[in-house]
Design a protein around this ligand. Structure first.
Ligand code: CA
Length: 374
């Protein structure tokens, strides 16, 4: 034991001696101390969507020997959930982690960096962003906000949300006060819904008090944590307005340009890691949460086809109307729509057949043995 301690001691001393002979000034210059603040749009309780920003922060710190530190603040701690874009634009914080469709009130073009109703699933969104030209188009748009954005999370297809009364017909949407994120609110306005944009952490009290009639957030795992099942029993699906919503990391362009190239590369890789992590986390955590919710008496209900069809019609009318009056939107929409058509063409073949067959086959009860003809 003593001998081992002695040897370890020598090892440490030797390593220290070797380190002291390295050209320290060069290292210090290449790896400066950088401290960033990140404003998240999400509550700390959600290890999925808030957790993705922590993945970025931890990876960046680990890959720079702790030299590049990013401190994450939950929604409302230093910046309100829906003000994080302005905070990055103005340089109040160096970065934010958010759902870009929160900013469709400024410009509906933000939706393409997140989710457009009846748009892309998570796979297609990644494909469009990483290799289909989406990222370049959106970065051009974000320059107007002093921001460079990075793909940094995805929830996969979401649930349609929590309703006190079941939605059976298109008529049931009329006058419904519904907390819904993003561009979908504008689609549903066409069908008489009164959409409400409320940060995740503040939805429950509104639903409990009856200020709103229904609310959607993400899916079983997050929704269970936020407790919606206690005040609304009908859990509709799918969230047709977000088949694969992407989260983004926003960085102030001036702050980005100050970073050494190596930190930029590390940051970019960390965002890609967060993107994969978040989707995996949701896909792993949702099944058990769904079972627990059903065990609590939650009524799982698909949206009727007639409702989905009316919403889809309203959605594409809205896109055409928006494109006619907004050049930013028109430019991205034209490219996005063409990409969507191509993506659907391919996904309709192998993915669709595989998914439909295995999911249905897995659900079927074992067939009864055929009766022998007597
Ligand atoms: Ca949602």
């Amino acid at each position: 034991m003593k001998r081992r301690q002695f040897l370890t001691g020598v090892g440490v001393a030797g390593a220290a001696a070797a380190a002291s002979s390295l050209p320290k000034p060069a290292i210090a210059q290449a790896m400066p101390e950088v401290q960033w603040r990140c404003a998240s749009s999400f509550p700390k309780s959600l290890d999925t969507i808030f957790g993705a920003a922590e993945v970025i922060s931890k990876r960046v710190a680990a890959a720079t020997d702790g030299k590049f530190q990013i401190r994450i603040f939950a929604a409302g701690e230093i910046v309100p959930a829906f003000s994080v874009l302005d905070a990055v634009k103005d340089g109040t914080v160096q970065m934010a982690h958010t759902a870009p469709y929160y900013f469709v009130g400024k410009d509906p073009t933000f939706a393409f960096d997140c989710a457009v109703p009846f748009g892309l699933n998570a796979r297609m969104q990644n494909a469009w962003m990483y290799t289909g030209g989406g990222l370049e188009l959106m970065r051009e748009f974000y320059k107007g906000y002093n921001t460079i954005q990075f793909v940094a999370g995805n929830t996969g297809a979401q649930m349609g949300g929590w309703f006190r009364k079941e939605i059976k017909t298109v008529e049931d949407l009329k006058g419904l006060k519904f907390r819904i994120g993003g561009f979908a609110g504008q689609v549903l306005t066409k069908l008489g819904v009164v959409p409400q944009q409320i940060p995740g952490g503040d939805i429950y009290p509104s639903l409990e008090k009856g200020t709103i009639d229904a609310a959607e957030w993400v899916g079983p795992y997050d929704d269970e944590k936020l407790g919606f099942f206690k005040v609304a029993k009908f859990y509709h699906y799918p969230g047709w307005w977000e088949g694969g919503p992407q989260l983004s990391a926003y960085v102030n362009i001036a702050e980005w340009e100050k970073l050494p190239k190596s930190y930029q590369a590390i940051y970019e890789a960390a965002c890609a890691e967060a993107n994969g992590y978040m989707l995996a986390k949701y896909d792993s955590a949702n099944p058990a949460a769904l079972k627990r919710l059903v065990g609590q008496g939650v009524q799982l209900k698909p949206f009727p086809n007639a409702v989905m069809e009316a919403c889809m019609k309203a959605a594409f009318e809205l896109y055409d109307e928006t494109a006619a009056k907004n050049e930013n939107f028109k430019k991205v929409y034209t490219a996005w729509k063409a990409y969507r058509e191509e993506a659907y063409l391919w996904f309709r073949v192998a993915e669709n057949r595989f998914d439909n067959f295995v999911f249905t086959a897995g659900q079927a009860k074992p067939a009864a043995a055929p009766k022998k003809k007597s």
